[in-house]
Design a protein. Structure first.
Length: 168
């Protein structure tokens, strides 16, 4: 009886784990001259556009890749210094539709105009890419307020969490 119960339980656990196929979203970011845009910041948000799920930087080819995405509805916000922010349309990840390749996102320069007076303010970026490391400034992100260190790491670029909550 114990063996049968153990076998049934193991089968159920396997079925649940197998049903949770992680999704993948990829896109390419280019500037207004169709040149790959390196270091653009991409934030994967819940469909409301307010809750950050993950963030990453575009690579040297302008490629942005989000992996291990749970089924749900998302949007991606892309931003870069000197360019207008872009927000994608809703992206739906399901267990059967879990690999999404978005069209190329073209970043447009911010509109400029002549001003009579200028006030200069500085804001430290949330994510900085250095030659040998990526720096995430937790204190500058409103999304990280009230979250644990584990949740902040989970949302940081280049950090993956396996199903057993191990950081890789």
């Amino acid at each position: 009886m114990k063996k049968i119960l153990s076998l049934v339980l193991a089968t159920l656990v396997y079925a649940v784990v197998a049903a949770q196929v992680p999704g993948k979203i990829s896109l390419i970011v280019q500037n207004d001259k169709s040149i790959s845009f390196e270091d653009a910041t991409a934030a994967l948000l819940k469909s409301s556009g307010k809750q950050l799920v993950k963030s990453t930087l575009a690579d040297e080819n302008g490629q942005v890749l989000f992996e291990n995405i749970a089924p749900g509805t998302y949007r991606i916000k892309i931003s870069a210094a000197g360019f207008e922010d872009k927000m994608t349309d809703s992206i739906v990840i399901t267990e059967t539709h879990n690999n999404v390749q978005l069209p190329v996102v073209a970043m447009l320069p911010k509109q400029t105009s002549s001003l009579k007076e200028v006030t200069v303010t500085a804001k430290k970026p949330v994510i900085q890419r250095m030659n040998d490391r990526i720096i995430v400034s937790v204190d500058n992100s409103l999304v990280n307020a009230g979250t644990s260190a584990f949740e902040v790491l989970e949302r940081s670029p280049g950090v993956t969490i396996d199903p057993n909550d191990n950081i890789a």
